[in-house]
Design a protein around this ligand. Structure first.
Ligand code: ATP
Ligand code: MG
Length: 431
Protein backbone atom coordinates (compact mmCIF):
# COMPACT_ATOMS: atom_id res chain seq x y z
CA UNK A 1 0.00 0.00 0.00
CA UNK A 2 1.37 3.42 -0.81
CA UNK A 3 2.09 5.78 2.07
CA UNK A 4 -0.32 8.70 2.48
CA UNK A 5 1.19 11.99 1.44
CA UNK A 6 2.14 14.51 4.09
CA UNK A 7 2.43 18.28 4.04
CA UNK A 8 5.92 19.73 3.56
CA UNK A 9 7.83 20.11 6.85
CA UNK A 10 7.27 23.55 8.30
CA UNK A 11 4.15 24.16 6.19
CA UNK A 12 1.12 23.63 8.35
CA UNK A 13 -2.53 22.84 7.88
CA UNK A 14 -4.67 25.17 9.93
CA UNK A 15 -7.58 22.98 10.97
CA UNK A 16 -11.14 24.28 11.61
CA UNK A 17 -10.90 24.78 15.39
CA UNK A 18 -7.77 26.84 14.92
CA UNK A 19 -8.96 28.46 11.69
CA UNK A 20 -11.96 29.87 13.56
CA UNK A 21 -9.54 31.63 15.91
CA UNK A 22 -7.73 33.00 12.85
CA UNK A 23 -11.00 34.27 11.38
CA UNK A 24 -11.93 35.97 14.61
CA UNK A 25 -8.52 37.61 14.70
CA UNK A 26 -8.82 38.68 11.04
CA UNK A 27 -12.23 40.22 11.73
CA UNK A 28 -10.80 42.26 14.58
CA UNK A 29 -7.78 43.50 12.64
CA UNK A 30 -9.90 44.88 9.79
CA UNK A 31 -11.63 47.30 12.15
CA UNK A 32 -8.31 48.20 13.75
CA UNK A 33 -6.63 48.97 10.41
CA UNK A 34 -9.61 50.98 9.19
CA UNK A 35 -9.49 53.00 12.39
CA UNK A 36 -6.03 54.25 11.34
CA UNK A 37 -6.93 54.82 7.70
CA UNK A 38 -5.11 51.82 6.16
CA UNK A 39 -6.40 50.41 2.87
CA UNK A 40 -5.88 46.84 1.71
CA UNK A 41 -3.59 45.75 -1.11
CA UNK A 42 -3.30 42.16 -2.38
CA UNK A 43 -0.01 41.09 -3.87
CA UNK A 44 1.37 38.03 -5.69
CA UNK A 45 3.00 35.21 -3.73
CA UNK A 46 5.65 34.79 -6.43
CA UNK A 47 7.94 37.60 -7.57
CA UNK A 48 11.07 37.82 -9.72
CA UNK A 49 14.07 36.77 -7.60
CA UNK A 50 16.03 40.02 -8.23
CA UNK A 51 13.30 41.97 -6.41
CA UNK A 52 14.35 40.36 -3.15
CA UNK A 53 18.10 40.33 -3.72
CA UNK A 54 17.94 44.05 -4.49
CA UNK A 55 15.49 45.00 -1.74
CA UNK A 56 16.54 42.82 1.17
CA UNK A 57 20.28 42.75 0.43
CA UNK A 58 22.46 39.90 -0.79
CA UNK A 59 24.25 39.41 2.55
CA UNK A 60 21.24 38.71 4.74
CA UNK A 61 19.92 35.47 6.25
CA UNK A 62 16.88 35.60 4.02
CA UNK A 63 18.68 36.00 0.71
CA UNK A 64 21.68 33.84 1.61
CA UNK A 65 19.83 30.80 2.83
CA UNK A 66 16.09 31.14 3.35
CA UNK A 67 14.54 31.83 -0.05
CA UNK A 68 12.49 29.34 -2.04
CA UNK A 69 13.80 30.20 -5.48
CA UNK A 70 13.33 28.26 -8.68
CA UNK A 71 13.56 28.58 -12.41
CA UNK A 72 10.27 28.75 -14.30
CA UNK A 73 10.67 25.71 -16.54
CA UNK A 74 8.59 27.31 -19.29
CA UNK A 75 10.54 30.50 -19.82
CA UNK A 76 13.67 30.24 -17.67
CA UNK A 77 12.74 33.18 -15.42
CA UNK A 78 14.21 33.19 -11.88
CA UNK A 79 11.31 33.30 -9.41
CA UNK A 80 10.99 33.32 -5.61
CA UNK A 81 8.15 32.61 -3.19
CA UNK A 82 7.93 35.86 -1.26
CA UNK A 83 9.85 35.71 2.04
CA UNK A 84 8.34 39.03 3.19
CA UNK A 85 5.87 41.59 1.89
CA UNK A 86 7.52 45.01 1.83
CA UNK A 87 9.53 44.48 -1.36
CA UNK A 88 6.46 43.35 -3.32
CA UNK A 89 4.38 46.18 -1.91
CA UNK A 90 6.93 48.81 -2.96
CA UNK A 91 7.24 47.15 -6.37
CA UNK A 92 3.45 47.37 -6.83
CA UNK A 93 3.32 50.98 -5.65
CA UNK A 94 6.05 51.90 -8.15
CA UNK A 95 4.53 49.88 -10.98
CA UNK A 96 1.10 51.52 -10.54
CA UNK A 97 2.39 54.93 -9.50
CA UNK A 98 0.19 54.83 -6.41
CA UNK A 99 1.87 57.79 -4.73
CA UNK A 100 1.12 60.19 -7.62
CA UNK A 101 -1.39 62.13 -5.49
CA UNK A 102 0.31 61.95 -2.11
CA UNK A 103 1.16 59.52 0.69
CA UNK A 104 -0.65 56.24 1.20
CA UNK A 105 -1.33 53.93 4.11
CA UNK A 106 -1.51 50.31 2.94
CA UNK A 107 -1.80 46.88 4.54
CA UNK A 108 -1.75 43.27 3.41
CA UNK A 109 -1.72 39.83 4.88
CA UNK A 110 -0.90 36.36 3.75
CA UNK A 111 1.66 33.60 3.66
CA UNK A 112 5.42 34.20 3.47
CA UNK A 113 8.00 31.49 2.77
CA UNK A 114 11.42 31.00 4.34
CA UNK A 115 13.53 27.88 4.36
CA UNK A 116 14.30 27.86 8.09
CA UNK A 117 14.60 25.07 10.63
CA UNK A 118 10.99 24.51 11.71
CA UNK A 119 10.20 24.80 15.42
CA UNK A 120 7.43 26.37 17.49
CA UNK A 121 6.93 29.91 16.22
CA UNK A 122 9.22 29.37 13.22
CA UNK A 123 7.81 27.81 10.09
CA UNK A 124 8.58 27.59 6.39
CA UNK A 125 5.19 28.90 5.40
CA UNK A 126 4.06 31.45 7.95
CA UNK A 127 1.63 34.35 7.88
CA UNK A 128 2.24 38.02 8.31
CA UNK A 129 0.21 41.17 8.50
CA UNK A 130 2.18 43.95 6.88
CA UNK A 131 1.42 47.62 7.39
CA UNK A 132 3.19 50.23 5.25
CA UNK A 133 2.96 54.04 5.47
CA UNK A 134 4.42 55.42 2.25
CA UNK A 135 5.40 59.01 1.53
CA UNK A 136 5.51 60.26 5.14
CA UNK A 137 8.92 61.46 6.29
CA UNK A 138 8.41 62.73 9.86
CA UNK A 139 8.76 60.91 13.18
CA UNK A 140 5.00 61.29 13.72
CA UNK A 141 4.11 58.37 11.45
CA UNK A 142 6.79 56.15 13.04
CA UNK A 143 5.20 56.83 16.42
CA UNK A 144 1.69 56.31 15.07
CA UNK A 145 2.66 52.89 13.70
CA UNK A 146 3.99 51.91 17.11
CA UNK A 147 0.91 53.29 18.86
CA UNK A 148 -1.38 51.31 16.62
CA UNK A 149 0.44 48.11 17.60
CA UNK A 150 -0.11 48.97 21.25
CA UNK A 151 -3.82 49.40 20.54
CA UNK A 152 -3.98 45.95 18.95
CA UNK A 153 -2.35 44.34 21.99
CA UNK A 154 -4.88 46.17 24.18
CA UNK A 155 -7.82 45.15 21.95
CA UNK A 156 -6.74 41.51 22.12
CA UNK A 157 -6.02 41.71 25.85
CA UNK A 158 -2.39 40.68 25.37
CA UNK A 159 0.02 41.73 28.08
CA UNK A 160 3.75 41.56 28.59
CA UNK A 161 4.87 42.65 25.11
CA UNK A 162 7.73 45.09 25.39
CA UNK A 163 8.88 47.61 22.85
CA UNK A 164 12.52 47.84 21.79
CA UNK A 165 13.62 50.82 19.79
CA UNK A 166 16.73 51.95 17.97
CA UNK A 167 17.86 54.32 15.25
CA UNK A 168 20.00 53.17 12.35
CA UNK A 169 20.65 56.75 11.27
CA UNK A 170 21.36 57.79 7.69
CA UNK A 171 23.55 55.79 5.26
CA UNK A 172 26.62 58.06 5.66
CA UNK A 173 26.45 57.69 9.45
CA UNK A 174 26.10 53.95 9.08
CA UNK A 175 29.18 53.97 6.81
CA UNK A 176 31.33 55.68 9.45
CA UNK A 177 30.05 53.30 12.09
CA UNK A 178 30.66 50.40 9.72
CA UNK A 179 34.31 51.37 9.32
CA UNK A 180 34.68 51.63 13.09
CA UNK A 181 33.03 48.22 13.49
CA UNK A 182 35.31 46.58 10.94
CA UNK A 183 38.35 48.02 12.74
CA UNK A 184 37.06 46.79 16.09
CA UNK A 185 36.19 43.28 14.93
CA UNK A 186 39.50 42.98 13.01
CA UNK A 187 41.18 43.67 16.32
CA UNK A 188 39.29 40.69 17.80
CA UNK A 189 39.47 38.44 14.71
CA UNK A 190 40.40 35.35 16.72
CA UNK A 191 37.08 35.53 18.60
CA UNK A 192 34.83 35.73 15.54
CA UNK A 193 32.75 32.74 14.44
CA UNK A 194 32.55 31.67 10.79
CA UNK A 195 29.42 33.71 10.05
CA UNK A 196 30.94 36.83 11.54
CA UNK A 197 34.21 36.37 9.61
CA UNK A 198 32.28 36.06 6.41
CA UNK A 199 30.23 39.16 7.18
CA UNK A 200 33.11 41.27 8.47
CA UNK A 201 33.67 43.04 5.16
CA UNK A 202 30.24 42.61 3.60
CA UNK A 203 27.73 43.34 6.35
CA UNK A 204 29.46 43.90 9.72
CA UNK A 205 26.34 45.50 11.23
CA UNK A 206 24.69 42.10 11.10
CA UNK A 207 27.39 40.67 13.37
CA UNK A 208 25.71 42.68 16.14
CA UNK A 209 22.56 40.64 15.55
CA UNK A 210 24.39 37.30 16.06
CA UNK A 211 22.58 34.80 18.25
CA UNK A 212 25.83 32.90 19.05
CA UNK A 213 26.35 33.09 22.86
CA UNK A 214 30.15 32.94 22.46
CA UNK A 215 30.11 36.16 20.47
CA UNK A 216 28.12 38.15 23.01
CA UNK A 217 30.98 39.64 25.01
CA UNK A 218 32.86 41.08 22.04
CA UNK A 219 29.57 42.37 20.64
CA UNK A 220 28.92 44.08 23.97
CA UNK A 221 32.09 46.14 23.59
CA UNK A 222 31.59 47.07 19.90
CA UNK A 223 31.24 50.71 18.80
CA UNK A 224 27.61 51.85 19.02
CA UNK A 225 25.81 53.29 16.05
CA UNK A 226 24.02 55.75 18.33
CA UNK A 227 27.37 57.49 18.90
CA UNK A 228 27.67 58.16 15.15
CA UNK A 229 24.23 59.69 14.62
CA UNK A 230 24.21 63.25 13.30
CA UNK A 231 21.87 66.07 14.37
CA UNK A 232 19.12 65.21 11.89
CA UNK A 233 18.99 61.51 12.86
CA UNK A 234 19.00 62.37 16.55
CA UNK A 235 16.19 64.86 16.06
CA UNK A 236 14.09 62.24 14.29
CA UNK A 237 14.83 59.66 16.97
CA UNK A 238 13.99 62.07 19.77
CA UNK A 239 10.81 63.08 17.93
CA UNK A 240 9.58 59.49 17.89
CA UNK A 241 10.37 59.13 21.58
CA UNK A 242 8.49 62.32 22.46
CA UNK A 243 5.30 61.03 20.81
CA UNK A 244 5.67 57.68 22.56
CA UNK A 245 6.11 59.38 25.91
CA UNK A 246 2.99 61.48 25.26
CA UNK A 247 1.07 58.31 24.47
CA UNK A 248 2.37 56.63 27.64
CA UNK A 249 4.03 53.78 25.74
CA UNK A 250 7.10 52.46 27.55
CA UNK A 251 10.11 51.46 25.45
CA UNK A 252 13.71 50.41 25.83
CA UNK A 253 16.45 51.65 23.51
CA UNK A 254 18.36 48.61 22.31
CA UNK A 255 21.54 49.69 20.46
CA UNK A 256 21.96 46.15 19.13
CA UNK A 257 18.62 46.15 17.37
CA UNK A 258 19.70 46.26 13.71
CA UNK A 259 17.02 44.10 12.00
CA UNK A 260 17.73 41.32 9.57
CA UNK A 261 16.97 43.19 6.37
CA UNK A 262 19.23 45.73 4.75
CA UNK A 263 16.68 48.31 3.73
CA UNK A 264 16.10 49.97 7.09
CA UNK A 265 17.26 53.44 8.19
CA UNK A 266 16.48 55.75 11.14
CA UNK A 267 13.76 54.22 13.35
CA UNK A 268 13.67 50.47 13.87
CA UNK A 269 11.57 48.68 16.46
CA UNK A 270 10.53 45.26 17.67
CA UNK A 271 7.77 44.08 19.96
CA UNK A 272 9.14 41.20 22.01
CA UNK A 273 7.79 38.71 24.56
CA UNK A 274 9.81 36.42 26.79
CA UNK A 275 7.38 33.49 26.76
CA UNK A 276 8.11 32.49 23.15
CA UNK A 277 11.87 32.06 23.66
CA UNK A 278 14.05 32.83 20.66
CA UNK A 279 10.84 33.17 18.64
CA UNK A 280 9.91 36.07 20.90
CA UNK A 281 9.65 38.84 18.30
CA UNK A 282 5.98 39.18 17.49
CA UNK A 283 6.18 42.30 15.39
CA UNK A 284 9.04 44.18 13.79
CA UNK A 285 9.42 47.22 11.62
CA UNK A 286 10.98 50.55 10.92
CA UNK A 287 11.78 53.15 8.34
CA UNK A 288 13.10 52.26 4.88
CA UNK A 289 13.49 55.55 3.03
CA UNK A 290 16.09 54.11 0.64
CA UNK A 291 14.05 51.26 -0.76
CA UNK A 292 12.11 53.09 -3.48
CA UNK A 293 15.32 54.35 -5.09
CA UNK A 294 16.97 50.96 -4.61
CA UNK A 295 14.16 49.45 -6.67
CA UNK A 296 14.62 52.03 -9.41
CA UNK A 297 11.95 54.53 -8.38
CA UNK A 298 11.92 58.16 -7.28
CA UNK A 299 13.00 58.36 -3.60
CA UNK A 300 10.11 58.23 -1.16
CA UNK A 301 9.92 58.21 2.61
CA UNK A 302 8.55 54.92 3.90
CA UNK A 303 7.92 53.18 7.16
CA UNK A 304 6.11 50.02 8.23
CA UNK A 305 5.99 46.85 10.24
CA UNK A 306 5.13 43.19 9.89
CA UNK A 307 3.74 40.91 12.55
CA UNK A 308 3.88 37.14 12.64
CA UNK A 309 0.33 35.84 12.98
CA UNK A 310 1.29 32.40 14.39
CA UNK A 311 3.39 33.96 17.14
CA UNK A 312 0.73 36.51 17.97
CA UNK A 313 -2.07 33.94 18.07
CA UNK A 314 -0.11 31.53 20.25
CA UNK A 315 0.49 34.39 22.63
CA UNK A 316 -3.18 35.29 22.53
CA UNK A 317 -4.21 31.71 23.29
CA UNK A 318 -1.62 31.45 26.04
CA UNK A 319 -3.23 34.50 27.65
CA UNK A 320 -6.79 33.23 27.40
CA UNK A 321 -7.91 34.13 23.84
CA UNK A 322 -10.49 31.59 22.69
CA UNK A 323 -12.32 31.19 19.44
CA UNK A 324 -16.06 31.68 19.72
CA UNK A 325 -17.12 28.50 17.98
CA UNK A 326 -19.23 29.28 14.95
CA UNK A 327 -22.40 27.23 15.33
CA UNK A 328 -25.51 27.13 13.17
CA UNK A 329 -28.69 28.68 14.52
CA UNK A 330 -30.80 25.85 13.22
CA UNK A 331 -30.25 22.20 12.27
CA UNK A 332 -32.90 20.63 10.03
CA UNK A 333 -33.58 16.87 10.33
CA UNK A 334 -36.03 14.97 8.17
CA UNK A 335 -37.15 11.52 7.20
CA UNK A 336 -39.00 10.32 4.14
CA UNK A 337 -38.94 11.61 0.61
CA UNK A 338 -41.65 14.31 0.77
CA UNK A 339 -40.11 15.41 4.09
CA UNK A 340 -36.68 15.74 2.48
CA UNK A 341 -38.06 17.90 -0.32
CA UNK A 342 -39.89 20.07 2.14
CA UNK A 343 -36.75 20.26 4.34
CA UNK A 344 -34.75 21.78 1.46
CA UNK A 345 -37.42 24.44 1.03
CA UNK A 346 -37.57 25.15 4.76
CA UNK A 347 -33.76 25.42 5.03
CA UNK A 348 -33.54 27.88 2.13
CA UNK A 349 -36.36 29.95 3.61
CA UNK A 350 -34.58 30.09 6.97
CA UNK A 351 -31.40 31.30 5.26
CA UNK A 352 -33.50 33.95 3.48
CA UNK A 353 -34.57 35.09 6.94
CA UNK A 354 -30.93 35.34 8.00
CA UNK A 355 -30.54 32.17 10.09
CA UNK A 356 -27.43 30.03 9.66
CA UNK A 357 -28.98 26.69 8.84
CA UNK A 358 -27.49 23.24 8.50
CA UNK A 359 -29.59 20.74 6.59
CA UNK A 360 -28.93 17.12 7.42
CA UNK A 361 -27.66 15.26 4.38
CA UNK A 362 -27.12 11.55 4.01
CA UNK A 363 -30.22 9.93 5.55
CA UNK A 364 -30.31 7.89 8.77
CA UNK A 365 -32.77 7.54 11.63
CA UNK A 366 -34.22 10.54 13.44
CA UNK A 367 -32.23 9.43 16.48
CA UNK A 368 -28.89 9.53 14.68
CA UNK A 369 -29.78 12.81 12.97
CA UNK A 370 -30.67 14.38 16.33
CA UNK A 371 -27.24 13.34 17.60
CA UNK A 372 -25.65 15.21 14.71
CA UNK A 373 -27.89 18.20 15.40
CA UNK A 374 -26.73 18.21 18.99
CA UNK A 375 -23.04 17.86 18.04
CA UNK A 376 -23.30 20.72 15.55
CA UNK A 377 -23.82 23.13 18.44
CA UNK A 378 -27.02 24.46 16.85
CA UNK A 379 -29.49 26.09 19.21
CA UNK A 380 -32.62 24.73 17.55
CA UNK A 381 -33.68 21.67 15.60
CA UNK A 382 -36.37 21.77 12.96
CA UNK A 383 -37.84 18.28 12.64
CA UNK A 384 -39.74 17.26 9.55
CA UNK A 385 -41.48 13.92 9.04
CA UNK A 386 -43.87 13.10 6.25
CA UNK A 387 -46.84 14.21 8.32
CA UNK A 388 -45.34 17.60 9.02
CA UNK A 389 -44.61 17.89 5.29
CA UNK A 390 -48.20 16.95 4.43
CA UNK A 391 -49.53 19.60 6.83
CA UNK A 392 -47.05 22.26 5.64
CA UNK A 393 -45.73 22.47 9.19
CA UNK A 394 -42.55 21.64 11.09
CA UNK A 395 -41.71 20.61 14.66
CA UNK A 396 -39.34 22.86 16.56
CA UNK A 397 -37.15 21.75 19.44
CA UNK A 398 -34.63 23.67 21.50
CA UNK A 399 -31.32 21.82 21.79
CA UNK A 400 -29.49 23.73 24.52
CA UNK A 401 -32.25 23.64 27.14
CA UNK A 402 -35.20 21.36 27.86
CA UNK A 403 -38.52 22.46 26.39
CA UNK A 404 -41.55 20.95 24.76
CA UNK A 405 -41.45 20.30 21.07
CA UNK A 406 -43.87 22.59 19.27
CA UNK A 407 -45.60 22.40 15.88
CA UNK A 408 -45.35 25.55 13.79
CA UNK A 409 -46.89 26.41 10.42
CA UNK A 410 -44.36 26.93 7.61
CA UNK A 411 -45.23 30.60 7.15
CA UNK A 412 -44.83 31.31 10.87
CA UNK A 413 -41.55 29.46 11.28
CA UNK A 414 -39.11 32.36 10.90
CA UNK A 415 -41.01 34.37 13.46
CA UNK A 416 -41.20 31.45 15.93
CA UNK A 417 -37.44 30.87 15.58
CA UNK A 418 -36.78 34.57 16.04
CA UNK A 419 -38.67 34.50 19.36
CA UNK A 420 -36.91 31.38 20.62
CA UNK A 421 -33.47 32.73 19.74
CA UNK A 422 -34.31 36.08 21.28
CA UNK A 423 -35.40 34.40 24.56
CA UNK A 424 -32.28 32.26 24.55
CA UNK A 425 -29.99 35.25 24.00
CA UNK A 426 -31.83 37.14 26.70
CA UNK A 427 -31.28 34.31 29.21
CA UNK A 428 -27.68 33.67 28.19
CA UNK A 429 -26.33 37.17 27.68
CA UNK A 430 -25.82 36.88 23.94
CA UNK A 431 -24.85 33.98 21.75
P1 ATP B 1 13.56 36.24 13.55
O1 ATP B 1 14.65 37.06 14.15
O2 ATP B 1 12.62 35.62 14.56
O3 ATP B 1 14.04 35.27 12.51
P2 ATP B 1 13.01 38.16 11.48
O4 ATP B 1 13.76 39.36 11.88
O5 ATP B 1 13.61 37.24 10.45
O6 ATP B 1 12.60 37.29 12.76
P3 ATP B 1 11.02 39.72 10.08
O7 ATP B 1 11.57 39.48 8.74
O8 ATP B 1 11.20 41.01 10.72
O9 ATP B 1 11.53 38.54 11.06
O10 ATP B 1 9.47 39.34 10.07
C1 ATP B 1 8.51 40.00 10.90
C2 ATP B 1 7.83 39.03 11.83
O11 ATP B 1 7.40 37.87 11.13
C3 ATP B 1 8.73 38.47 12.91
O12 ATP B 1 8.83 39.36 13.97
C4 ATP B 1 7.99 37.21 13.30
O13 ATP B 1 6.89 37.52 14.17
C5 ATP B 1 7.45 36.74 12.00
N1 ATP B 1 8.32 35.70 11.41
C6 ATP B 1 9.48 35.85 10.75
N2 ATP B 1 9.97 34.66 10.32
C7 ATP B 1 9.07 33.73 10.74
C8 ATP B 1 8.97 32.31 10.60
N3 ATP B 1 9.88 31.61 9.93
N4 ATP B 1 7.92 31.67 11.15
C9 ATP B 1 6.97 32.36 11.82
N5 ATP B 1 6.98 33.69 11.98
C10 ATP B 1 8.02 34.38 11.44
MG1 MG C 1 14.58 35.40 10.52
Amino acid sequence: MSQTLQAIRGMNDILPDEAELWEQFEDSIRGWLRAYGYRPIRLPLVEPTPLFTRAIGAVTDIVEKEMYSFTDSLNGEQLTLRPEGTAGCVRAVLQHNLLYDGPKRLWYQGPMFRHERPQKGRYRQFYQIGVEALGFSGPDIDAELIMMCQRLWDDLGIEGIRLELNSLGHPDERLQHRNALIGYFEGHAALLDADAKRRLHTNPLRILDSKNPEMQSIIEGAPRLTDYLGADSLKHFEGVQEFLKDAGIPYRINPRLVRGLDYYNLTVFEWVVDSLGSQGTVCAGGRYDGLFAQLGGKPQAACGFAMGIERLLSLWEEQGGKPARQVPDVFVVHQGEPAQRFAFKVAEELRNSGYATQLHCGGGSFKSQMKRADASGALLAVIIGDDEAAANEVSLKTLREASDQQRVAYDQLAEAIGELLFDWEDDNGGI
